[in-house]
Design a protein around this ligand. Structure first.
Ligand SMILES: N[C@@H](CCC(=O)N[C@@H](CS)C(=O)NCC(=O)O)C(=O)O
Length: 217
């Protein structure tokens, strides 16, 4: 299958999709959409994703949007190695962990939200960063409790192998570090992030390894 990712190196949602494709051993090309140059607002990009948000994954030319839907499609298309447990109740726990990030943390510290609260409510850059730190921190408190309540023995949140939990967690930890969120109170999250980041699929998906990442000279 021909796969092409329209995304941005630093976008957490694009990062999730790169991780999952790498983990499933699927190769893909990338057409970067520069968010800082507002290319996602171009008509040409909105023809793929009407909201003007990245990513879009083109599968044999068909546009797939919304990273949760894309990730479920990847899991269903290439079930091995699995990113969801076979037991339905365990799947629910993994999906709940991912949803805390996908539904409740990431959307409110996104670029457009940060821009809007600065422009509309007069927050400066420090104020906007404090907003992001607040919501990441409170979401991480819940994730740490969930890891304690439902996590499994092993290096990852749900055992000895990565799941959708790490597909969502690793990009969110990357953002947390960029925004300066202290992570000392989240030992389960830090440990799973370190284990996953060492995995080649996650390492190759890292923002610094993408074609549109700025190169240090
Ligand atoms: N729910 C969407 C969210 C996509 C999203 O928020 N993408 C961000 C980058 S991580 C974006 O395009 N932001 C542009 C903006 O906020 O202007 C998904 O998971 O695909």
């Amino acid at each position: 299958m021909n796969l092409n990712l329209l995304g941005y190196f630093r976008s957490g949602t694009s990062y999730r999709v790169r991780i999952a494709l790498n983990y499933k051993g699927q190769s893909y090309s990338q057409d970067p959409v520069n968010l800082l140059e507002a290319r996602h607002h171009d008509e040409a990009y909105r023809a793929h994703q009407p909201q003007g948000l990245v990513p879009t994954l083109q599968a044999d030319g068909e546009d797939l949007i919304q990273s949760p839907a894309i990730l479920e499609w990847i899991e269903e298309s290439w079930p091995t190695p699995p990113l969801l447990p076979s037991d339905p109740r365990e799947r629910a726990h993994v999906r709940a962990f991912a949803a805390v990030i996908g539904c409740d943390i990431h959307p409110i510290q996104n670029l457009r939200i940060m821009k809007h609260i600065k422009a509309t409510y007069g927050l400066d850059q420090d104020g906007a960063l404090e907003w992001a730190r607040h919501w990441i921190h409170s979401g991480f408190e819940a994730l740490e409790k969930l890891a304690h309540l439902h996590g499994k023995e092993g290096d990852f949140i749900f055992g000895d192998a990565p799941t959708m939990a790490e597909v969502y967690l690793v990009p969110q930890m990357y953002n947390a570090r960029r925004f300066g969120v202290p992570l000392d109170h989240f030992p389960h999250l830090v440990r799973a992030d370190a284990a996953a980041t060492a995995h080649p699929a996650f390492e190759q998906a890292h923002p610094s390894n993408q074609p549109d990442a700025p190169h240090e000279d």
